[in-house]
Ligand binder design. Sequence first.
Ligand code: HEM
Ligand code: UGT
Length: 358
Amino acid sequence: MNLLQEATEFITSCYQELNKTQSEIDDRISEITKEIQIDGTYQHLPFEIDYGAKVAWRNSNRCIGRLFWDQMQTFDRRHVETEEEIFMAIIDHMKYATNHGRIRPTITIFPPQTKKHHVRIWNHQLIRYAGYQMENGMIGDPSSIEFTEKCIELGWEPKYGKFDILPLVIQVNNNLPKLFELPQSSTLEVEIRHPEFEWFQDLELKWYGVPLISDMALEIGGLRYTAAPFNGWYMGTEIGARNLADEDRYNMLPQIASCMGIDTKSSISLWKDKALVELNIAVLHSFRDDGVTIVDHHTAAQQFKKFEEKESESGRNVMGNWAWLIPPMSPATTHIFHKPYKNDTVKPNYFYQPKPYS
Ligand code: HEM
Ligand SMILES: N/C(=N/c1cccc(CO[C@@H]2CCNC2)c1)c1cccs1
C-alpha cells in the first residue's frame, strides 16, 4: 500500500475508535491528501500520534503486558533535531519513566523518517551493560560485545567491568553518530539478594530497573518513527530466567546450584531448575524490596487473560505470538500455554529495523 492508502486506513480506524464522525474522517483525509501532494509526506496531529503509539502496543503480538495499552505517557518530540536535544529528551524520558521506582510506561517520539530526515538510536536498549571478548574469556554481557566494540571504535573508554553501562549512540541523518554518557541519576539499578540465602548477595549480581527499547521503529499510518524509545517494567523471568541465566549471557545457574550444595554433575537432580527458581525468587524479592515495579510471570499471565477478555468485549480479535507469550519458566502453569493464538501482523505496530552499523 502507498502512503495515502496507509494514512487513510489509519485515520478511518483511529477516528472510528475515537467515535468521531464520518465528515471529520473525510475532512482529515482530504487535508492529508493535499499535504502528501505538496510535501510527499504528512504530519500526525498530537492525538493521532498518541493513539497510534498506544494501538501499536496493543497490536504487539509478542507482548504479554498489553492489558495496560491505553495507559502510556507519550512525549511528542518531533520538533527535536540535534543529537544534543535528543540526548536531553531521552534523559527527561528516563527520569519521568523511572519515577523513583514506580515505573510509568512511556514513549518519546522523535521525527519520522522522510527524504530529508533520518534519526537512529544505535543502542538496543537505552540502559544496557557492556560486553568484552578477552583472550581468556568474556567480561560483562556477551550479547553486547558487538555494540561495545562499535562504541570503543567511536571513542568510548572501556572499563572492562561486569556491569558497565554503555553510552548512548545517537545518529542524525547520515552524520557520524555522537556518544553521550548517561548520568547516574537516570540509571536506577537493583542489587540482587535472596530472602533466605545470605550467600546470594556475595555473587554481586545486579540489574537495571527500567527496560527501555530504543532500536524498534513505530509505524503509524504509513509514517515510520525510526527513533521512538519506549519502556514498561520488567517481568521477573526476563532477568532471572534469561539475562542472568542463559549460558551465552551471565550464565549464573552452575554457580548458584553449587552454592545451594546441589550435585551439578547429573541433570536428574534438576539442579538447573532449582537454581533457576531461587534466582527468580531473588530478582522479584530485590525489586520489590527496593520499591521498583516488576511483575511475576503468573500475575503477568493473569493480566494478559484480562486483556484477552477486554479485547473480545471491544469486538477485537487478540493476535499473539504463542512462542513469545509463554514465559520461559513454568510455561504450562499459565493459560497461555494451553491455547492457540493467531499471529497476524496488524498496524500500527513496532517493527525491527536494519542495524544502523555493520
Ligand atoms: C508495562 C509492562 C510491560 C511488560 C511487563 C511487558 C512484557 C514484555 C515481555 C516479557 C516481552 C518479551 C520480551 C523478550 O522475550 O525478550 C515483551 C515484548 C514486547 N513488548 Fe511488552 N511489556 C510491557 C510494556 C510494553 C510497552 C509499553 C510496549 C510498547 C509501547 C511494549 C512492546 C513490546 C514489543 C514490541 C515486544 C516485542 C519485542 C521484540 O519483538 O523483540 N511492551 N513485552
Ligand atoms: N519488559 C520489557 N521487555 C521487553 C520488551 C521488548 C523487547 C525486549 C527485549 O527483546 C530482546 C530481543 C529478543 N529478546 C530480547 C524486552 C519491556 C521493554 C520495553 C517496554 S516493556
